[in-house]
Design a protein around this ligand. Sequence first.
Ligand code: COA
Length: 255
Amino acid sequence: MTDLIQTERDGATLTLRFNRADKKNAITAAMYAGLAQALKNADSDASVRAVIITGSGDAFTAGNDLKDFAENPPKGADAPVFQFMDALASFRKPVIAAVNGVAVGIGTTLLLHCDLAYAVPTAKFALPFVNLALVPEFGSSLLLERFVGLRKAQELLMTGETFTAETALSLGLVGALVPAEELLATAKAKAALLATKPPSALRQTKALIRGDLAEVKARIGTEAKVFGERLQSAELQEAVSAFFAKRAPDFSRFE
Ligand code: COA
């Protein structure tokens, strides 16, 4: 497995850590594959009772690697990014997000598939898909509304504006803000608490709260189709070129 995903076992808790701090933990295809494999293994390993997802350095994750979007876009339903989405969306045990810094794109949408989420007060969040000429992914066009309500979901997904940890807390995207030095310990304490619960009852509780998994998976698939088309667009090329040239994109020539 790629060393850009670190795994750590602590009792019944498995911690998965994005380990690409120099690129703000932007996620490559190899990293998605590593995450998917680790989640599949954890799901079938009875000794794992809970999973924590966190980042290294000062970022949770800056989302999908933008070079990959332009040069190595996902091909087909079994591309690593979709394997990761499927593994997390279907995961049967509790997943806890410990958001240690900026969480962009899938860094925010993956929270919709976690059961508990804590963030440092300095964390920043964004769903900038439209700014990149993309559309919402990972079921966020369906699930974000459940967390924040339709009006706010529209605002976050249509403006792509960055929002603070305080806002994420008030919207219910994270359950509490925790100082950086206590974040992992807090997540691990919750994981240890969950490990004491009867596992079948906990799995069934999670499944009931999640609701119709087939609906979630269908929406992920519908979004992926449009997303894949958008990745081929001239609008996306402009957005990605602008990011790496450190300039503002100019969409004025597009209709
Ligand atoms: N893909 C590829 N590289 C990325 C990246 C991404 N998603 N996000 C950051 N990086 C790289 C930068 O290119 C930079 O590389 P360099 O040092 O070789 O120039 C490095 O990570 C540090 O990023 P930088 O932008 O200098 O850090 P920052 O603290 O000023 O800003 C972010 C952090 C996350 C706000 C900013 O990097 C950002 O907006 N990234 C893009 C997020 C995004 O649009 N993701 C896709 C969502 S669908």
